[in-house]
Design a protein around this ligand. Structure first.
Ligand code: HEC
Ligand code: HEC
Ligand code: HEC
Ligand code: HEC
Ligand code: HEC
Ligand code: HEC
Ligand code: HEC
Ligand code: HEC
Ligand code: HEC
Length: 441
């Protein structure tokens, strides 16, 4: 009996100890997993290379923040070899699959080993596309590479090599605001592009565009090189697809252009739509001077002031200028009424509706139909006149109130003078009685 009661604490001591150790083990492995998942593999490649200089050391230093480095991949994932070997000869031996530095024309295939493997990639990120290589093969870059030209872009030219970031990271080379320079590294380099005899001004022109201005201002809805050309399937949009590219964002202009007399004539002559007037890379802010018969007019490159196109241009230009002037006049009247303290809030609302008509008219002009534009500008004119009238009324009311004020001031002055005289006349007899009193004494 005593033996068993003696053994019990020993047993429970052991079981507690075992539980503690097991629990501890579970806990430590648990926290290790939470800190770094999956557990960091032994990577002697990285350890050794981190101690080397320049081109041998940089990759290991950069790899710490690379998406592949952070997701548990090793140098051997791309270069082959055995990262568990500390010895240089053994780890970098051909027998262990070491393939050294991949040649440029091998890179797409190397990256695609994982990136085209849907089952493999799903384990890391189920929403990531896995069509990069098949898309790339359809691009001018991919086709030329297949034909043996290694000056074209391969995966690592756009993404980097040892410091690759997710596309959503603002410091990624493929983040919208970084893309122009990523493409421009080759496309703006005249020496690099010399064999192809294509322009190298795309970056410079794009940087002068309204699209770049918006992009730099933080508007990620503005197109970059890849919005128009595609990323992996980068090819220049052909004449029919150019319209589609602009129209994906500027929907109304495209719809209205399709109703214009240019639509069929230009298609037959293979004249592209939007870019014939606006250009492609250096698209500028628009102005009313771009329509009409002046030197900045788009129309006069093909039409004369006397032909039907020229006449239409003149009519549209006059309609826009007319409404613009009416709006400015109405605005000036409201300004001066406001300065005089008059309440014109409602008229301001009407004025902004009138202004929207002008904006709409500038979109409508893509029909190249002056009647259509005039319909919109006339509606704007009507509102502008109404606002003008309300402003003038406010000013008249102000003038009326001023007259009223002057009249009432005069009246008040009369009353004051009258009261003063009254007080004086009341004071006089009391002065007399005073004199009487002094006379009596
Ligand atoms: C003990 C140090 C050490 C280890 C471990 C090591 N390397 Fe190296 N590695 C070197 C040195 C030194 C060089 C340059 C000399 C040479 O090319 O043989 C080099 C060269 C390279 C090069 C460039 C070859 C070239 O042709 O320019 C690559 C790529 C490379 N190593 C990748 C790896 C990978 C992948 C591993 C692991 C599987 C690895 N290294 C393991 C030291 C090491
Ligand atoms: C995602 C694939 C990938 C991973 C992972 C990777 N590399 Fe590379 N590495 C490349 C490619 C591709 C090149 C060739 C780039 C080129 O065309 O110059 C390269 C080139 C190199 C070079 C030659 C650099 C030069 O300028 O000549 C060295 C050295 C190197 N890698 C070492 C490493 C080390 C060390 C690691 C791990 C810390 C590593 N790489 C991880 C893809 C990778
Ligand atoms: C060993 C497999 C493997 C190889 C080889 C590989 N990758 Fe990856 N890559 C991955 C995995 C896994 C991820 C992480 C996906 C995640 O977690 O979002 C990734 C992520 C990326 C991302 C970020 C995607 C995003 O926007 O989230 C880019 C870009 C990328 N890789 C490019 C490359 C390039 C370029 C090469 C060739 C130089 C390459 N990869 C080679 C497996 C690989
Ligand atoms: C001409 C430049 C260019 C080349 C070449 C290129 N990419 Fe990309 N890649 C991009 C851009 C830009 C994005 C960002 C997505 C976007 O904004 O359209 C991207 C996105 C990615 C992504 C994130 C997922 C996705 O598809 O959006 C992965 C993964 C990727 N690329 C892998 C590759 C691989 C693998 C190759 C080679 C077969 C490659 N890329 C070649 C420009 C390029
Ligand atoms: C490594 C250099 C390099 C980079 C980076 C690069 N390209 Fe290219 N690209 C070329 C070369 C070389 C050609 C072949 C020119 C030709 O065939 O006319 C080309 C062809 C093109 C073409 C077809 C031009 C034509 O009409 O022939 C387009 C479009 C294009 N690239 C867009 C892009 C875009 C967009 C990017 C960035 C996402 C980019 N490129 C990044 C080198 C590069
Ligand atoms: C708003 C859309 C748009 C943007 C943004 C854009 N492009 Fe283009 N790009 C075009 C159109 C349209 C063409 C002409 C196609 C045609 O004439 O058939 C073109 C033509 C090209 C060509 C063929 C050679 C040439 O100049 O005609 C290259 C190369 C090119 N673009 C590269 C770029 C690069 C690099 C960027 C970014 C710096 C860029 N593009 C931005 C629409 C765009
Ligand atoms: C025949 C010449 C011509 C063609 C073709 C043309 N536009 Fe315009 N576009 C103009 C003129 C002129 C203006 C200036 C309106 C103003 O400010 O008075 C303009 C203005 C614009 C604006 C500025 C916003 C606005 O409406 O005020 C956008 C955006 C635009 N066009 C997009 C397009 C798109 C997209 C296409 C192709 C579907 C296209 N344009 C085709 C002549 C043209
Ligand atoms: C990805 C969407 C997108 C695409 C594609 C696109 N644009 Fe734009 N565009 C914008 C944004 C955003 C602005 C700036 C906001 C605005 O003024 O509407 C803009 C502004 C403009 C303006 C100047 C309007 C102004 O403020 O005076 C013109 C003109 C224009 N784009 C024409 C084009 C043409 C032509 C194409 C095709 C070659 C094109 N855009 C392709 C999004 C796009
Ligand atoms: C690239 C040359 C080109 C430009 C730029 C151009 N047009 Fe035209 N336009 C034509 C051609 C070609 C026709 C059909 C032949 C004709 O009637 O002159 C045409 C026809 C027209 C017509 C129909 C004429 C009729 O007889 O029914 C109108 C209206 C018109 N254009 C207005 C304009 C306006 C407004 C602009 C400027 C915003 C403009 N066009 C810019 C080439 C151009």
């Amino acid at each position: 009996m005593t033996a068993t009661s003696d053994r019990r604490p020993v047993l429970s001591y052991f079981s507690t100890w075992i539980l503690c150790v097991l629990g501890g083990l579970l806990l430590t492995s648990g926290t290790a997993k939470a800190q770094q998942s999956p557990a960091p593999p032994v990577d002697n490649c990285r350890t050794c290379h981190a101690q080397l200089d320049d081109r041998l050391g940089e990759p290991a230093k950069q790899f710490a923040d690379d998406i592949h480095g952070t997701r548990g991949m090793t140098c051997a994932s791309c270069h082959g070899g055995d990262p568990s070997e500390e010895d240089m000869e053994k780890s970098m031996s051909k027998a262990k699959g070491f393939r050294g530095v991949p040649k440029r024309n091998e890179i797409p295939q190397l990256c695609a080993k994982c990136h085209s493997d849907g089952a493999f990639m799903r384990a890391y990120n189920p929403s990531l596309r896995t069509d990069q290589l098949s898309q790339y093969r359809t691009s001018v870059h991919g086709k030329r590479l297949a034909a043996g030209d290694t000056r074209v872009a391969v995966c690592s030219d756009c993404h980097g090599i040892h410091k690759i970031r997710p596309a959503s990271s603002p410091i990624s080379t493929v983040y919208p605001q970084q893309i122009p320079n990523t493409c421009g590294r080759c496309h703006a380099d005249a020496a690099h592009m010399k064999p192809y005899k294509i322009p190298t001004d795309q970056l410079l022109n794009y940087q002068a565009s309204v699209h770049f201005e918006k992009l730099q201002g933080g508007d990620l809805a503005a197109p970059t090189c890849v919005t128009c050309h595609g990323n992996h399937g980068a090819t220049p949009p052909g004449i029919s697809s150019v319209e589609r590219v602009c129209g994906t964002c500027h929907v109304f202009q495209e719809q209205l252009f399709d109703q214009s007399p240019h639509k069929t004539v230009w298609a037959a002559k293979k004249i592209p739509s939007c870019l014939t007037c606006h250009g492609n890379h250096a698209i500028k802010h628009t102005s009313d001077a771009m329509i009409g018969t002046g030197k900045d007019s788009f129309c006069m490159t093909c039409h004369t002031a006397g032909d039907n196109g020229g006449k239409t241009a003149g009519q549209i230009s006059a309609a826009l200028a007319g409404l613009d002037k009416s709006l400015a006049d109405a605005d000036a009247v409201l300004d001066s009424a406001e300065q005089k303290g008059m309440e014109v809030g409602e008229a301001r609302v009407t004025l902004s509706t009138a202004h929207e008509k002008l904006i709409k008219a500038r979109v409508d002009l893509h029909t190249m139909n002056s009647a259509r534009v005039e319909e919109t500008t006339k509606a704007g004119e009507k509102l502008a006149q109404q606002v003008n009238k309300e402003g003038v009324q406010a000013l008249a009311e102000y003038a009326f109130r001023r007259k009223g004020l002057a009249l009432s001031l005069v009246a008040i002055a009369f009353v004051v003078i009258f009261l003063w005289m009254l007080i004086r006349s009341l004071e006089r007899p009391s002065a007399g009685s005073e004199a009487g009193r002094t006379g009596a004494s």
